[in-house]
Design a binder for this molecule. Structure first.
Ligand code: FES
Length: 203
């Protein structure tokens, strides 16, 4: 998907939308917890997925550090609530990143072309697919995680070939992944409700 040639404006707004009624029990903290199976949630039909129907996501119960996973267009989309500590640490990563300023414009909409790569700093919305060869990275939120090293400030690690991404989904230098993780189009329908798949509406 590219922001120059694809947009959800082509989606019929009357199409069925998935409502994640609650994040309770779905958001998880830590790599070990993230590896656990997610609770079964209401899933859209295959027809809706193929059509690229937007997805409503209720974020009212997600807590700082937690990651909520939904499916949009058959792809995992992560909604991550970043703590103030996580946000404060973003700048310290910048010299280590391949594209800290989001110069590869196809990887995010214009409103996410910033250090947090998001509409609101505390909430990251990103596609959970590695930009190297498509594996699903692991969420490792803990600072100084033993497997990642003392300088680790939280982020995502791809186990297939070792690519690393920070808490904004920005790729580190000297890893196989060529670009930052993709930020899909989205907007806030209200403070607690995000629509993934469309950029329209108010921020
Ligand atoms: S698929 Fe992620 S590093 Fe290769």
């Amino acid at each position: 998907m590219s922001y120059s040639d694809s947009d959800s404006k082509t989606v019929d707004p009357k199409r069925r939308r998935m409502l994640v009624a609650s994040t309770a029990g779905v958001g998880v903290v830590g790599a070990a917890a993230f590896a656990a199976p997610l609770l079964a949630s209401w899933m859209p039909s295959a027809r809706a997925l193929n059509a690229g129907a937007p997805v409503d996501v209720n974020i009212s119960k997600i807590e700082p550090g937690q990651l909520l996973r939904v499916i949009w267009q058959g792809k995992p989309v992560w909604i991550v609530s970043r703590s103030q500590e996580m946000l404060d640490a973003l700048e310290s990563n910048e010299k280590l990143l391949a594209d800290p300023n989001c110069s590869v414009t196809a990887q995010q909409p214009e409103y996410a072309r910033n250090a947090t790569r998001s509409r609101k700093p505390e909430i990251l919305v990103t596609v959970g697919i590695c930009t190297h060869l498509g594996c699903s990275p692991t969420y490792i939120p803990d600072f100084g995680d033993a497997s990642m090293g003392a300088d680790w400030k939280g982020g995502f690690y791809c186990p297939c070939h070792g690519s690393r991404f920070d808490m904004s989904g920005r790729v580190f230098k000297n890893v196989p992944a060529p670009t930052n993780l993709l930020v899909p189009p989205y907007y806030y329908k209200s403070d607690d409700l995000i629509l993934v798949g469309e950029s329209g509406g108010k921020a």
